[in-house]
Design a protein around this ligand. Structure first.
Ligand code: SF4
Length: 458
């Protein structure tokens, strides 16, 4: 998963991009980059770490220009190294191009092998680099043609921003896996993965970049091209954006994330009505479903564990050792409050189970009398190939254990997962337009189960 920001026709575009990326920090914490067209060519800066660590005032001042793209990275293909931080910039035939990609391609390795056979030399281990090689390969027929032809060849999830000298182009896969929104900003335009970036920048949301659309912004404004008009694909918006990934104050796929998360909690109560002293979330991702459960049940909502906000999200940290450490550092139960109580604990999902086990154990050690653990999505049984770094199926606890076995492993009184129907009901009219593959194993397009995120590493 990654976050994208694009700015067109706004002075100090790099600064706006910086603040937009800051709002999207939850989408990727491994590295950040900004590329700007300075009137002659594209200049870029990228670094490992958080947006606030990667840039400073001096660097942003050097990125002068009024057209920019930015990226925050969370790796799903290729190692977490500086070389793989985006935007990915190239020079070709007196043009400079910079590409920022959110999503994951399922046929990138095959395309990379084919391009290498033809003599292409790759500089990174990113799946995203394949996109720019293909665009350049077809560029002599014109940029829109090259992008359309590339979109017909690449398969999988891609929301892309491309700076081609003074043109800003956005394009999105025909399945619509990842969000991408267009807004207006100070007489110019803004693009972002989530609308929370617009709120911070003061941009006004106009519309989503449509699945399968190419949107070219130049001095005449945005112009739309629809290469899949004759060949539309079934919409497959990632439902996990609502469950966990997107910020609750964002609209993604034209729906407010906060309200969907509350619906998940209402539906949890409908399916699993329990009595207890109070409902408590595992913050932050369980907060809004817990609120929904509390409002539906009439039980008080309490914050029985306190989060240290200065620690990054746990399941996207690369190594197991760090993940365990950050779990202990991240949440602390309020012992005086939990002792002797029967509690309903709500979380968004269970991945490997080890993180939840540690958290539940700390609630038990704080003296909880009974623990009912509710999960606001169905069991995750299958890996994601479209841009969320779920582990291999064998590492997903629900892929090889029953709910009862997981309950015993977690040492809790009740374990309940929201049903698939409850999940679909929570997204309303989007119910027929979402990807559910990590729950059902029904992938919207063919995937390669032997894929590993380090497949392109030497
Ligand atoms: S498999 Fe799951 S996480 Fe991946 S795109 Fe589909 S719904 Fe989202």
């Amino acid at each position: 998963m990654c976050g994208l920001v694009g700015i067109y026709g706004v002075p100090e575009a790099a600064k706006y991009t910086y603040f937009g990326l800051f709002a999207l920090q939850h989408r990727g914490q491994e590295g950040a980059g900004i590329a700007v067209f300075n009137g002659k060519r594209i200049v870029e800066y990228k670094n490992l770490g958080l947006v606030s660590e990667a840039f400073n005032e001096k660097i942003l001042q050097e990125l002068a220009g009024d057209i920019a793209v930015g990226h925050v990275r969370y790796s799903t293909t290729g190692a977490s190294v500086l070389q793989n931080v985006q935007p990915f910039c190239v020079k070709y035939s007196k043009k400079t191009l910079a590409l920022a990609h959110n999503g994951n391609l399922v046929n990138a390795y095959a395309l990379r092998c084919e391009l290498e056979e033809e003599g292409h030399i790759f500089q990174t281990t990113l799946d995203s680099e394949v996109i720019i090689h293909l665009i350049v390969k077809y560029l002599k027929e014109g940029l829109v043609y090259a992008i359309a032809k590339t979109m017909k060849r690449i398969k999988g999830a891609y929301s892309v921003l491309l700076l081609c000298d003074d043109l800003l182009v956005a394009f999105r896969d025909p399945w619509g896996f990842r969000p991408l929104a267009l807004g207006i900003l100070n007489g110019g335009y803004a693009l972002a993965s989530e609308t929370c970036a617009f709120d911070l920048l003061g941009a006004e949301y106009l519309r989503d970049v449509a699945p399968g659309e190419i949107l070219v912004i130049d001095s005449n404004g945005p112009k739309s091209f629809l290469p899949f008009e004759e060949d539309p694909q079934p919409l497959s918006h990632c439902i996990f954006e609502f469950v966990y990934f997107a910020r609750p104050d964002s609209f993604v796929f034209q729906k407010n994330v906060y309200l969907v998360r509350k619906n998940l909690g209402y539906n949890l109560f409908k399916e699993c009505p329990l009595s207890a002293d109070f409902v408590m979330p595992l913050p932050d991702s369980g907060t809004y479903a817990a609120l929904g459960y509390s409002q539906a049940s009439g039980l008080p909502l309490e914050f029985g564990v306190i989060r240290n906000h200065y620690i990054g999200r746990t399941f996207i940290q690369p190594s197991e050792k760090l993940r365990d450490l950050s779990v202990k550092m991240k949440l602390n139960p309020v012992k005086e409050f939990i002792r002797g109580k029967e509690v309903i604990v709500v979380d968004d999902s269970l991945v490997r189970g080890t993180t939840s086990k540690n958290r539940i154990r700390s609630i038990r050690l704080a003296g909880a009398k009974k623990i009912h653990f509710l999960i606001s999505c169905p069991p995750l049984r299958y890996p994601c190939f479209f841009g969320i770094d779920f582990p291999q199926a064998r590492e997903l606890i629900a892929s090889k254990h029953s709910v009862e076995e997981i309950r015993k492993f977690l040492d809790i009184d009740t374990l309940y997962y929201l049903s698939l129907e409850g999940l679909l009901d929570s997204v309303g009219e989007l119910r027929d337009k979402v990807c559910l593959a990590c729950f059902t194993g029904n992938y919207p397009l063919e995937v390669d189960f032997s894929f590993r995120k380090d497949i392109t590493e030497i």
